[in-house]
Design a protein around this ligand. Sequence first.
Ligand SMILES: Nc1ncnc2c1ncn2[C@@H]1O[C@H](COP(=O)(O)OP(=O)(O)O)[C@@H](O)[C@H]1O
Ligand SMILES: [Mg+2]
Length: 297
Amino acid sequence: MTGDSKQQPRPDATGDRARDALPDAGVPASNPDAGAADVAIRVRGLVNQFGSQTVHDQLDLDVRRGEILGVVGGSGTGKSVLMRSILGLRPPQAGTIEVLGADALSRDLEERRHIERNTGVLFQDGALFSSLTVGENVQVPLKEHHPDLRDSLRYELALLKVKLSGLPANALDKLPAELSGGMRKRAGLARALALDPPLLFLDEPTAGLDPIGAAAFDRLIRTLQEALGLTVFLITHDLDTLYAICDRIAVLADKQVIAVAPVAEIEQVDHPWIQDYFHGPRGRAARDAKAHASGAH
Ligand SMILES: Nc1ncnc2c1ncn2[C@@H]1O[C@H](COP(=O)(O)OP(=O)(O)O)[C@@H](O)[C@H]1O
Ligand SMILES: [Mg+2]
């Protein structure tokens, strides 16, 4: 992982249109009065434990429809475990999770399929099948959920998603190992978008990319989010990403989501981790890059 590439500010991604269109957030992690229609994901009282280690203790979180929510927190604070719980991949010890109105913890097959069909996921390690071409990888969810599709149509759909993700058409026949890191992320994104899901989960998508590649990937996420009306749950430690494309930031610390708000409000929250993170040298650089980009017009 190229940790030091994160030190440099990089070109800003996209504008603030979607962010400005959203109502103001307020710092509490959840608002019990928020209308159910506006909430894509609702987590209440989540408890996750591994043996004697408690990762989440009564965690609450709302993800609003149509927002890019940046999820941050120190290493090991439970960002990936939270994502896996929301996806129904890790049953928690307690709590409730609703995804697009369905119970994410239900053992009912129909309810599970509903969530699966409506979510695309880019896991931290990319998780492409190494023995399948990019095109075959993108077709995996199509085969699973739409087994009746003709081969030619499935191929066309995979090609469309590959292009949508900013890869050249000839990437379709390449193996993951034949691609650069940035291209592999795009291939993973193409597979995540295979079923046209309204909900997209990204776990550290720009980790390991150089600053230019990371900025380009951010722009792609924002463009797709706006064009397709996606709700995006974006785990990242990339400050540039937070400033460039996130509508709100959720901070994981002390086993809970301690604040959810636009980044300008989060910076002001009086918590040691938040202060260190946002007001350290890297935070300053990212903020300056953002201010420079917004002030440029
Ligand atoms: N399958 C597992 N078995 C035991 N401990 C786990 C497992 N998955 C995660 N953990 C622990 O839970 C904590 C949170 O992990 P994770 O969500 O991956 O953190 P991060 O915020 O860095 O994504 C870590 O301390 C990790 O060791
Ligand atoms: Mg993680």
